[in-house]
Design a protein around this ligand. Structure first.
Ligand code: CA2
Length: 146
């Protein structure tokens, strides 16, 4: 039997607060709600998901490298505010041979000017944004087809 594909789903700073604050921007689902749906969806496609969140940039860099060394099939990354600032995440994505799908729940281009630039986008395989938490599920569907 072929090996099951593993998709890493990595979430950056403050995404642990989903469902608890600013529901008008990010909706009312918690990260656990999103994780449950992604696990069901992955199971239905005979794949595995590894879902993590950290408020620390270095953890995300470590996990991107781990995705590469564990030969993950793809990474779904919502880097939160680090999207707009992190050269370290840009470099980490560039250094690994694993496709990374950038996901944002909101549409950063429709928000404050400082959210308009993404340092992730130039090194991502693609970006899904502005579609709410459904973006994670769309990204998982796409990753399954890589
Ligand atoms: O829209 C997205 O997914 C963002 O990546 C979310 C980040 C923001 O800095 C990006 O510009 C766009 C913020 C994540 C913080 O999440 C919260 C959730 C609930 C309450 C407060 C923050």
């Amino acid at each position: 039997m072929a090996d099951r594909k593993t998709i890493f789903v990595l979430n950056g700073p403050n995404l642990n607060l989903l469902g608890m604050r600013e529901p008008e921007i990010y909706g009312s689902d918690t990260l656990d709600d999103i994780a449950g749906r992604l696990e069901d969806q992955a199971n239905a496609m005979s794949m595995d998901v590894e879902i993590r969140q950290s408020n620390h940039e270095g953890h995300l860099v470590d996990w991107l490298q781990e995705a590469a060394s564990n030969k993950a099939h793809a990474v779904i990354l919502n880097a939160g505010a680090l999207t707009h600032t992190s050269v370290a995440l840009h470099d980490a994505i560039k250094a690994i041979n694993v496709p990374v799908i950038e996901v944002h729940i909101s549409n950063p281009a429709a928000r404050e000017e400082f959210r308009h630039k993404s340092l992730i986008a130039p090194v991502a395989k693609g970006t899904i944004c502005g579609l709410g938490v459904m973006g994670y599920q769309l990204a998982l569907d796409a990753a399954a087809k890589f």
